[in-house]
Write a protein that binds this ligand. Sequence first.
Ligand SMILES: *[C@@H]1O[C@H](CO)[C@@H](O)[C@H](O)[C@H]1NC(C)=O
Length: 303
Amino acid sequence: MLPLNLLATVFTAGLAIAASIPPLPGVAEGRPTLDVPTLPEVQAMLARLQGPIISTIISRAALPAESLLYANGGKALTSFIHKTELIALTLNTYEFGSRYDYGSLEYPFTLPAVGPDITTPTNPFPPGRFHQDTFTPNADLLSFYVTTLVPLIEDANTAIAGPGGSSPFYHLKRPSSPVDVDAKYTLDDQLLALLSHWASIGKVVAEVKYRAHVAEFTPLIKSGNVNALRTLLTNTTQEKIVLESANSAAFALATAFEAAQNDPPAIAKAFVSRVQTAVARVYRELIDVTKEVEIQYLLQRFH
Ligand SMILES: *[C@@H]1O[C@H](CO)[C@@H](O)[C@H](O)[C@H]1NC(C)=O
């Protein structure tokens, strides 16, 4: 349940709210049993995240990236994310629980994640039932973000504005160095949470595939055969569909963004193509990181 002592250190007001909330029904006796949907349903959920992911990349590219803000492996960004994650905990409600509860498939970057499931005779976790593991894609995604994505965002921003970047915020005090650091970190935080959620849905993808091929997966899981698991989990036809769809959406959304800005065609063209480059790189990374999520999920499947 809630690490109340953690909240107390930062948000006394939040603590008061959280403390007045009775525990979720059923939590005391054990976790709910969660069965996974069909593969097309899971793919539809991933598709629904495409618009939010790409439009957040575009919104972020409207601001200069400023590599200095991401020094030391994104230390300052991580500390910003930590504060937003603490707020998420204070928003815990009786009816719905919090963003990082069991089964939400949202895993915090800076707080302890929900603990793993343990198979028992009373809950044997039959194929098709979600089994929480300890792996999260967050460290990989944060490192990708800081080292690979920030420079691509910077490129896209300079297409609009030239070196030095451009910001949609209008401050009468200009010209001055950009002061919209919290606006940048807010978008970074939102984008990272979306990417993490996308990749974490890989746990469900893994369970769906395991349910469909129990006899093939079981010996590979038991012998820890990572390469064979990777091969069995890979569907390059489906990957191609996802990459092409992301590319078309990036083109459409970035073109609409540019049309709204009324930029000259050469600038619009450069921005759109740099957004497409960033989105292609993000989706390649998502597919690879998600496969790692699937493999790690399966390796702990019989725990
Ligand atoms: C791979 O993905 C494609 C497209 O979604 C699908 O039609 C095909 O059945 C999948 N192949 C396997 C072996 O699951």
